[in-house]
Design a protein around this ligand. Structure first.
Ligand SMILES: *Cc1c(COP(=O)(O)O)cnc(C)c1O
Length: 353
């Protein structure tokens, strides 16, 4: 037995590490990244701006200018508070740290795997409630589990990852109203969705919203935000590690996120491409494509494992859910740029051809 095996919490030893597959030289359609780089004509002024970052000093602790930039980009009302995280994952962890030892985190399944992983890291209980066959919230079942387990935190991804749908709004309202939990509506895919709970945050003291810039072109910057009442944000801010948003991320965000028109235009390209992919794939008899409000499609195929390996051998990386009983034989494909999507369609057609 090695030192670390004797030393480490046994529940951590039993966790399977978050797996990131190799993707060099592949068309990367596995992680909901945006295909769009910083445009060439912005590169020079961006680098000039970055060169003014003062790297021998700690970052601005509150990153107020970054907050202001995000407020404009996302139309966040001034009366709400905003807390910044090193990715929204860090904010999920921060809320878990705010819980008591025996508390429970509840979410629906299948959904974003970090809710359960972070519950484990922070020694909280985790309760998943299965979605129904259409990937919709099972409201009665969820309310029963809320009554039974009295969760402290409830995570609802809206739209949901990996299913792509936005749940019934009324069900979410009922969950917020009927539980004592802090309900976190995770809008990582807000830019691709017709709907949001942003205008509801002021109406519910127990509702907060998570957003991120990871899915709109800036996954590499690691910047997420929690939106809630000023009271809630002020208290949760005590748990934030000082200087969690580094100088280069702050400078990049201030410069790049002012380009709202470009960010919206890029999102619209993806939304149109999503429709094109949906139509072409739906026309293929061997596939069932689920409707999506996000920048990816969930597709049920005959054999996800074989198709995944075929695509990989042909230079396209997607996500396979071959092992998940609720998603048996499903793959999840991020919507890429038009040429990436064409290549994906071509490979799919040759596979089924
Ligand atoms: C991708 C994703 C996140 C992660 O966001 P980061 O800001 O990159 O940490 C959070 N929630 C959901 C539902 C996601 O799909």
């Amino acid at each position: 037995m090695t030192f670390i095996n004797k030393w480490l919490r046994s529940d951590i030893q039993n966790i399977k590490a978050y797996h990131v597959p190799k993707s060099e030289n592949m068309i990367k359609l596995d992680a909901m990244e945006s295909p769009f780089l910083v445009p060439k004509d912005l590169m020079k002024p961006y680098l000039t701006y970055l060169s003014e970052a003062v790297l021998n000093r700690y970052p601005n602790p509150g990153a107020e200018e970054v907050q202001q930039t995000l407020r404009s980009l996302m139309d966040i009302p001034n009366e709400l508070g905003v807390l910044l995280g090193n990715g929204s994952d860090e904010l999920i962890q921060l809320m878990a740290l705010a819980c008591e030892t025996d508390d429970t985190i509840l979410s629906v399944e299948p959904s974003f795997v970090m809710y359960e992983m972070i519950a484990k890291f922070t020694r909280l209980n985790y309760q998943g409630v299965l979605l129904d066959d259409n990937f919709e919230i099972n409201l009665d079942g969820t309310l029963n589990e809320i009554k039974r387990t009295q969760p402290k935190l409830i995570f609802i991804a809206y739209p949901n990852n990996p299913t792509g749908n936005a749940f019934d709004r009324e069900s979410i309202h009922t969950i917020i109203n009927e539980s004592e939990a802090l309900v976190v509506v995770d809008e990582a895919y807000y830019a691709y969705s017709e709907d949001s709970f942003l205008n509801e945050v002021a109406n519910y003291p127990n509702l907060v919203l998570l957003r991120t810039i990871s899915k709109i072109g800036f996954a590499g910057l690691r910047l997420g935000l929690l939106i809630g009442s000023q009271d809630t944000i002020r208290e949760l801010d005590k748990l934030r590690l000082p200087y969690n948003i580094n100088n280069l991320t702050q400078a990049s965000a201030k410069f790049l996120l002012k380009g709202k028109d470009r960010i919206v235009a890029n999102a619209n390209i993806i939304i149109n491409e999503r429709q094109r992919l949906f139509d072409e794939l739906t026309a293929m008899a061997s596939l069932k494509v689920f409707p999506s409000q996000a920048n990816f499609l969930l597709i049920k195929v005959d054999d996800a494992k074989v198709l995944f390996e075929f695509l990989k051998a042909n230079g396209i990386l997607v996500k396979s859910f071959a092992m998940n009983p609720q998603l048996s034989n499903c793959i999840r494909v991020t919507v890429g740029d038009p040429s990436e999507n064409n290549e994906f369609l071509e490979q799919i057609k040759s596979y089924y051809g």
